[in-house]
Design a protein around this ligand. Sequence first.
Ligand code: ZN
Length: 307
Amino acid sequence: MRIISVAAVVLACACVSAQTPASDQTGEPPKFDGKRAFEHIERLVAIGPRSAGSEGIQKTRDYIKQQLTAIGLTPVEQPFEAETPIGPVKMVNISARIPWGSSDATFRVIFAGHYDTKLSKDFTFVGANDGGSSTAFLLELARVLKGRKNLEPIEILFLDGEEAFGEWESGNTWGSRHYVEQAQKAGEVASHDLRALILVDMIGDKNLTIKREAQSTPWLTDIIWSAARQLQRPEFVAVETPISDDHLPFLQAGIPAVDLIDLEYPDASNAYWHTAEDTIDKVSAESLQAVGDVLLAALPGIEIRVK
Ligand SMILES: [Zn+2]
């Protein structure tokens, strides 16, 4: 992704044993566990670089599917071929729906993030935060939501091809653009089946500061920031900044969408962003916990709003 103003900052972005049941014997939904999410990042980083079309991203897909299956979800692949500056690249979005009352319901709230890492020829880029944190967060969120009584059908969406092959302007966000195009062809956009998109990207920074993304749907942003305020989470600040990311194709199609992203990694210097420094020691379970707690606190308000 990329900050739209001034500097061309792009972002792309981020296992755990799945033996823990989706809910305990009391029937209480499981709590979001930042440590479990952090362990997913460790497993992803151990795979190595995971750029679109690479052997590493194939292993990442296997890991995502294995983890989703282990918690009782059914991963669905959406393969496509993207025309990129380096030629055609095979990409695959992966989604999983949380089982819901009416099994044939097509409407849903979507939690999404990208699971590819930026291609780097000059150094080994493992994307602990950028690509790793979003992937890991969604896996842990899926486990929690599987055990929650959701008011709306929920889809967990792992997007391929967010990163550019080179400069951001040369092409980006292939996975989200393909997903929205397919939803449009299926009539799901016209019928408002895609009720809302909550996108996460680079949310693992130890020094986490999430600004309000300026293009995001105001009511959706307001609900999340209100939840953060009630939980007294200082990571969510009132400052606004515009960032290009996977939420834009959804917004352009008229779908309410919000992007939660910290594009100052670790600070305004951006020294760790798209560099060999984006490693496991730069991210923390506490930051993942903060985002998990806030989004789960915000979810009831979102569900009621889109009903
Ligand atoms: Zn990136």
